[in-house]
Design a protein around this ligand. Sequence first.
Ligand code: FES
Ligand SMILES: [Fe+2]
Length: 355
Amino acid sequence: MTAFARNQWYVAAYGREVGRDLLGRTILNEPVAFYRSEETGTVVALADRCVHRRFPLTAGRLDGDRVVCGYHGFTYDTTGTCVYVPGQKRIPRTARVNSYPVVEQDSFVWVWIGDPALADPGAVPRAKHLADPGWTTVGGMEPIDAGYGLLVDNLMDLSHETYLHGGYIGTPEVAETPTTTEVDEGAGIVRVSRHMDDAECPPFYARSTGIEGRITRWQDIEYHAPCLYLLHSRIAPVGVLPGPDGDDSHAFHVEITYAITPSTDGHVYDFWCVSRDFAQDDEEVTTFLHDFNRTVVMQDVDALNLLQKALDTEPEGYQELSINIDTGGLAARRILARLAAEGAGPSVPVPAPAR
Ligand code: FES
Ligand SMILES: [Fe+2]
């Protein structure tokens, strides 16, 4: 099981999901309650456990910008400080729940899991196309009963498209075309590229672009560990891509975005978006891409649910066999292991100096 990397930004929700109803998400084993402040319009994130008897705050209600616990009425302000307890005037000094740093950006609500003092809002990775009027985006979120490492593996190696998503987004050329991998260890970014010069056009692109016949298809993955995965996809009839000087402006552009947010051990939130820069106002294309891509995502969900179940019954220390297609995924695993070790802090107590 891939260890969790603390002291990182994670996508908790789409901005549109967070309003005046309490929304609960469990991220890196931490139950968090989200709501939008009436006063400032910003998103508030508080630990979803009442300090009194641990009742989930998401089962309570909002009173203006305050959260009222649904069990005995402890009431918290936006900083998590308790401002009311029943039956007495004195509020215990320790009556507060954690509040989490939040950044709302590119249509996502990002939450910092770890030491709040280390949270740098400027370090949230960007997915600008998601909130850019030059793109039309569809998306959703599916919970998966699998460790988040399995979803990272899945997304870093798209050769599975040919087999798991054949007839949807996969064609023989995806599995047959070798990839190149670049790793920026320091920045925690893995890039995997596959450029197919002459490939079958899968229904996903044929029906959205109207292209008939064979295509040039470029897949350029950019994974910002641990949470954000971008797939820059370019599609054009054979002979159009690349244009002079490597220009790709005559291609159809599709940005596939995933946010991979570990929930509890063996469970992950799979946020997915498909953005396009063509047929932007065509509702039929919008509906098609949403429904079709959700079907594709559910193929992955089913496969990863099955895979996790199988792995759960494997003996400790089971073997895998990796080949070239796994280069990007293995690099991602390495980076995640490093981030998890860094986020965990010193794992052994430092002994007192000898005198
Ligand atoms: S558990 Fe919340 S007030 Fe008692
Ligand atoms: Fe897939």
